[in-house]
Structure formats: structure tokens, C-alpha cells
Design a protein around this ligand. Sequence first.
Ligand SMILES: [Zn+2]
Length: 98
Amino acid sequence: MLMVYAILTDMNKAHDIVGYIYRADIFCTDHIVQQIAGEDSVDDVSGAVEEKLDYIATMFRIDREDELSFDSGDFPKVVFRHHFAPGIDRCSSCGEEL
Ligand SMILES: [Zn+2]
């Protein structure tokens, strides 16, 4: 049972959101929101980064479900763990490895 759990956890990690592509740069989950809106303007939105991005997207009438409908220059696109090899891509804001 424990082993099954470990395998499932590893599978999920491949689909984890590790960062975002925005205006030709890559940002970690800690810094993408301030890149778009500035931290202050979304302080009243509770929850995780994804919830804040959903909120901002709604304001800008961006359909996040359909990433082909907008450009990464206009709104961040999600980067999943399996898109990158570890240790290569870093956040343009803090330099942390994705
Ligand atoms: Zn960062």
C-alpha cells in the first residue's frame, strides 16, 4: 500500500506546476503574480497562486482553460515539471531553480 502511494505521488509530480512563462521569461510560482499585477493589487484575493491567477485572468477576460486563445506575452502560461530538466531553468525574478 505504501509503495502504491509512492508511485502515485511520483506520477503527480510530473504534472506539478513549477512555474510560468510570461513575456519571454520564466517565473517561479512565488513571483509570477507580482510580475502581472504587483503584489498589492491581489492581496485581497485569498488562496494559492493558481487562484490569484484565475482571478486576474477573469478581470482581463483571459480563458486560462484554452492556452491557445492567448499569448504568453499577455498572460502567463503554465509550465509543468515534465517540461523541463531539473537544474536548468530558473526564475527570472529570484533565480531559484524551477
Ligand atoms: Zn522566483
